[in-house]
Design a protein around this ligand. Structure first.
Ligand SMILES: Nc1ncnc2c1ncn2[C@@H]1O[C@H](COP(=O)(O)OP(=O)(O)OP(=O)(O)O)[C@@H](O)[C@H]1O
Length: 568
């Protein structure tokens, strides 16, 4: 049966379907040529009339930005129109006839160095324009770059901000903010995964894209150096020049300050090189970007996670995901990112590097299947996310993360709900979510670092941190609670196969309340702590269960809070 969207656009076929809705190729029946166009359907994450108005406003704002962008570069699809229908939002865009870079590699094999250089040289001026308009694309990857047939130019599609507007919620201060961050595991650097994208986040994604073109390897297929966290990719592209390798290395540096500051800088290095690579080309990637024991400044992520290498991710990990942003209202900014310091490097690399692949930050929603997300009972155990496991009551095991999602329909066993992570909100400077995901904000005020004495005085106890974590959940502040988990925990694919969506599916969808019946400190030093907690879950279906969980906490100096790095 013929579908006519908005009484105007005749759908020819579906191009794809993601977590936000479908994308159609259509023809415009109200144009003399019946010109073809791409219609992207977007569904708000929350089906809530109060939120709808906010989503609408934000959608309009972001669409206006897209219109501007399309008008300034012919390597960005023109926005023809936008409309709303049946509670859903639609963008009508120029159809770019061509092949995505993914399709190109799949069909023709690896690209040569000169082809990759040409693509980069072709795209970097576009990115420069985008960044000059204070916009971060947020989802650069081979799937989102189309080589246009007519002129062989690279066209950048699928800007993240409009999709991000679908995650608009009201924060605890009553202000609209986005509950999600858009990005693709492996292509998205850690600061973006934490909700603080900067311009060079796009350069990172472009660097990872170049690696894919040269090696055919998705980020998750690349190993990460266990000491430095750097991505090991040179061995898969031995014949490329030191100049290109150096440019890519610098683009994919874990820390934004080690990357090119601008797209223009990267372009110049590519054209006029050489640049000093973060890791000398051909040298075994042992040397970290910065010394591992360099004094950290406000780590945003724990650094003592076991390194992971060569994780084979599910194929879906190339998909764009929506992720809970960092709990910061602070605008995305490099100053903020600088605070991560060295501590963040290893973990970040784990994330950015490819570990990600399997675990990253992953978001949610965007599961391509339209199936409800399996949410596992949060338990220090993790509920398996295998389809076979979906109906199995989660059990607690040392391997199971606490708040893993699993679509669990059965009555939780006593061991089931365990849960989760931790961290304390009260003393941490609250990082506010960025208001407009699309527009890069200006420099946030630099947080003052408390003195060590102050820190000791103000530091909440680990037991309080665990209690506060559950209080946050009981208050329905799921995003805040999620941000109390370390990135590696958030990114645990086993526990959070759909990232934040898995998390809220469990906590918001199935758990009514959690009582922390008892907490006891097992171990505590200046950096880490272990807390045992006796938890009692009241589920929305009326069932109750109890479990005893050990939480592992890491003191996050920069944010003056404990974060949960694991549980069993
Ligand atoms: N303007 C465009 N011109 C041509 N093809 C496009 C355009 N926009 C998207 N496409 C193609 O349509 C297909 C689906 O696009 P879409 O952006 O929905 O991808 P997705 O990754 O499945 O969704 P999402 O990123 O929202 O989860 C992809 O193959 C993409 O290359």
């Amino acid at each position: 049966m013929e579908t006519l969207l908005n009484d105007r656009y005749r759908v020819i076929r579906t191009l794809g379907s993601g977590g936000f809705g479908e994308t159609f190729l259509a023809e415009d029946t109200q144009m003399p040529s019946n010109r073809r166009c791409v219609i992207k359907q977007l569904r708000p994450i929350q089906n809530n009339p109060q939120i709808y108005q906010l989503v609408q406003e934000r959608f309009q704002r972001e669409a206006a930005i897209l219109e501007d962008l399309g008008g300034t570069s012919n390597q960005i699809p023109t926005l023809f129109a936008y409309f709303q229908s049946n509670g859903q939002f639609y963008l009508v865009q120029e159809w770019i006839e061509g092949d995505t870079l993914t399709a190109k590699v799949q069909e023709q094999g690896l690209l040569s160095e000169s082809a990759v250089r040409e693509i980069l040289i072709n795209l970097l001026p576009v990115l420069e324009q985008v960044h000059n308009q204070r916009i971060v694309h947020r989802d650069i990857k081979p799937d989102n770059i189309i080589l246009r047939h007519r002129d062989h130019k690279a066209v950048l599609i699928d800007f993240g901000a409009v999709r991000e507007s679908m995650g608009t919620v009201v924060n605890s201060q009553g202000l609209p903010t986005s509950s999600i961050v858009i990005g693709t595991p492996g292509y998205m650097p850690s600061e973006q995964a934490a909700g603080r994208p900067v311009y060079s986040s796009d350069l990172y994604s472009l660097g990872m894209t170049a690696i894919y073109l040269l090696t055919g390897k998705q980020p998750q297929e690349l190993e990460t150096d266990s000491r430095s966290g750097e991505i090991i990719w040179h061995r898969h592209a031995l014949s490329i020049s030191p100049t290109l390798a150096g440019v890519i290395d610098r683009a994919i540096a874990y820390h934004p300050r080690d990357r090119f500051a601008t797209a223009r800088e990267m372009l110049d290095a590519l054209q006029f090189g050489p640049v000093a690579p973060t890791v000398p080309y051909n040298q075994p990637p042992v040397a970290p970007t910065v010394p591992y024991n360099q004094p950290p400044v406000a780590p945003t992520v724990p650094y003592n996670q076991p390194p992971v290498v060569n994780v084979q991710p599910p194929a879906t990990l190339q998909n764009t995901v929506a992720v809970s942003p960092g709990s910061s209202n602070q605008p995305t900014h490099q100053n903020t990112a600088h605070k991560s310091g060295q501590k963040g490097i290893l973990l970040g690399s784990l994330i950015a590097g490819g570990l990600i692949g399997s675990s990253i930050v992953i978001g949610f929603a965007l599961n391509k299947s339209n199936q409800p997300i399996a949410e596992s009972t949060p338990s220090s155990t993790e509920l398996s996310t295998n389809s076979n496991d979906k109906n199995v009551p989660p059990s607690i095991s040392s391997q199971q993360p606490i708040d893993s999602p699993v679509a669990q329909q059965t009555t939780p066993s006593v061991q089931e709900p365990v849960d989760s992570p931790v961290v304390q909100q009260t003393t941490s400077p609250v990082q506010q979510p960025v208001d407009s995901p699309v527009v890069q904000q200006t420099t946030p005020p630099v947080q003052q670092q408390p003195t060590s004495t102050q820190q000791q005085i103000n530091r909440p106890s680990p037991e309080e941190a665990v209690e506060d974590y559950y209080q946050t959940i009981n208050n329905g502040e799921y995003k805040e609670a999620w941000n109390l988990l370390s990135p590696s925990y958030q990114n645990n694919q086993r526990l959070h196969p759909k990232g934040y969506l898995s998390y809220i599916d469990w906590w918001g969808g199935q758990v009514e309340n959690v009582d922390v019946e008892q907490v006891s400190l097992i171990e505590n030093n200046s950096e880490t702590a272990t807390v045992n907690a006796q938890l009692r879950y009241l589920l929305k279906n009326g069932k109750q269960s109890s479990s005893s969980v050990s939480f592992f906490l890491l003191w996050d100096e920069g944010n003056s809070r404990w974060v949960i790095t694991g549980a069993k």
